[in-house]
Design a protein around this ligand. Structure first.
Ligand SMILES: [Mn+2]
Length: 195
């Protein structure tokens, strides 16, 4: 089974995460940041993987440390659960419409972290979630997972819809990329290694 679990404790956050790439349940998210919980739930359910997150962060400051640190741990768990990456598709791409907004994600589980994010949000906050933390989450996740990640909101009006489209697209692209493909012998690289 491709699964991994981790507890991480700092002076800013205390985080407990379990990931199973080969199960679709349970998905249970509790970070104290409602909108972020909503996004991670969509991320996991569209990604078709099981994800349990319990985070206690310094929300009396703001949601920055909590969102960033959860991104770090989820990224680490993906890297660990994927192991040597033998047989996985490696690439995934998804367009996701959410009413008037259209989100796009294309990614490569390459071992080379790189983020391209092209998105603008009108609302600075959604509940106690700062919308600039979308970048912080993606940055933390892709660095620690070793993923080349391109994310874009092509158009849209409503900030909630725009961010939701990105997280659903991220889940769907990941679900393709992590899938074991019987046609792929070894790792999907002419180099023979995905670090
Ligand atoms: Mn929603």
């Amino acid at each position: 089974m491709r699964k991994s679990t981790k507890q991480r404790q700092t002076y800013e956050t205390s985080i407990d995460v379990s990931l199973n790439l080969d199960a679709q349940a349970p998905v249970s998210i509790d970070t104290g940041v409602g909108f972020f919980d909503h996004m991670l739930t969509l991320f996991a359910s569209h990604g078709r993987f099981s994800l349990e997150v319990k985070a206690d962060g310094d929300l009396h400051i703001d949601s920055h440390h909590t969102v960033e640190d959860v991104g770090i741990v989820i990224g680490q768990l993906f890297k660990e659960a994927l192991g040597d990456k033998v047989g996985i598709n490696r690439y995934g791409t998804a367009y996701v419409p959410m009413d008037e907004a259209l989100g796009f994600v294309s990614l490569d589980i390459s071992g080379r972290p790189y983020l391209v994010l092209d998105a603008e949000f009108t609302n600075e906050t959604l509940g106690n979630f700062d919308t600039e933390l979308v970048r912080e989450f993606l940055q933390a996740f892709m660095v620690h997972a070793g993923i080349t990640l391109h994310a874009r909101v092509l158009y849209g009006i409503n900030t909630h819809h725009k961010i939701e489209a990105i997280f659903k697209a991220l889940g769907q692209a990941l679900s393709q990329a992590i899938k074991i493909n019987p046609e792929i012998k070894g790792v999907n690289s002419t180099k023979g290694l995905l670090e």
